[in-house]
Design a binder for this molecule. Structure first.
Ligand code: NAD
Length: 258
């Protein structure tokens, strides 16, 4: 299916690895011009080699307001007005709610929530003027099924579900859609990190912890980042023009709630 995205300009945040990288690859395969950011030049260059020659890379910390403003402005100058925005970030720290410090909560707000507020604010005006836009927030299934291991992520991602609805309804009259993708267990560095914590707690090896996570999943495996990227690309398509304000679990039916 042709998603109708040839020559659209797409910004994908935190995209040097994992799910962000897979989203950028999926949008590049549809003919988008791609702008990615992450904190390290070297990993960005490695990612660009996997996405395509034309990929623009920007060293940005998504928790930093000035970095975000610079990224949006630079993308406009280098590629043109932004048609597609995929927000993403590294996952907040894992651990018991009693162990999380005020500083970790504040860092979580800055890196997980405020980048979504700031980036959408920066791109929406020009999307409105051109009466077309696609915005997708990568969050987590813990927004719908809070995790005792991920209190900061669970809390802030539930908030982003509400923010997604607010942004979607504000922007609906202008042909702009806003949705959240809530991945389940996906085989990335983040998942390996979480499996390491599980292994440490349970006195098993990393390999055993990863196998146990897969074995406990209804599909008996984890998602690949590409399976998340494919859904994000569809949400950005012309065909998905009437799909907005939704927070969609891509978790292989792992979460039990309605
Ligand atoms: P990952 O660790 O594989 O990749 C994270 C990416 O974010 C990397 O490119 C890293 O460089 C970049 N990054 C981290 N902090 C950044 C910052 N402050 N500024 C700019 N770039 C930054 O992680 P992933 O598995 O791809 O996870 C992406 C998002 O999806 C996370 O928010 C995570 O919580 C969420 N998620 C992941 C899973 C999973 O199983 N992998 C499940 C649910 C939700």
């Amino acid at each position: 299916m042709d998603l109708g995205l040839q020559r659209k300009v797409a910004m994908v945040a935190a995209a040097s690895k994992g799910i962000g990288l897979a989203c950028a690859q999926a949008l590049a395969a549809e003919g988008c011009g791609i702008s990615i950011c992450a904190r390290h030049e070297e990993t960005l260059e490695e990612a660009a080699a996997l996405i395509g020659e034309e990929t623009r890379t920007y060293v940005v910390d998504v928790s930093d307001k000035d970095d975000l403003a610079w990224w949006v402005e630079s993308t406009r100058n280098d590629l043109g007005e932004v048609d597609i925005l995929v927000t993403n970030t590294g996952g907040p720290p894992a651990g018991s709610v009693w162990d999380m410090t005020d500083e970790q909560w504040q860092n979580g707000v800055d890196s997980t929530l405020m980048n979504v507020v700031r980036l959408v604010k920066s791109v929406q005006e020009s999307m409105r003027q051109r009466e077309w836009g696609r915005i997708v927030h990568i969050t987590s299934y813990v927004a719908k099924e809070p995790s005792l291991l991920l209190p900061i992520s669970s809390t802030l991602r539930a908030g982003i579900m509400a923010l997604t609805k607010v942004q979607a309804r504000e922007l609906a009259p202008y042909g702009i859609t806003v949705n959240g993708i809530l991945p389940g267990n996906t085989m990335t560095d983040r998942q390996t990190h979480l499996a390491e914590i599980k292994a440490g707690k349970e006195g098993t090896s990393l390999d055993e912890a990863l196998k146990a996570i897969a074995a406990n999943h209804p599909m008996k495996r984890m998602a690949t980042p590409q399976e998340i990227g494919a859904v994000v690309a569809f949400l950005c398509s012309q065909q998905a023009a009437f799909l907005s304000g939704q927070s969609i679990c891509v978790d292989g039916s792992a979460s039990g709630g309605l």
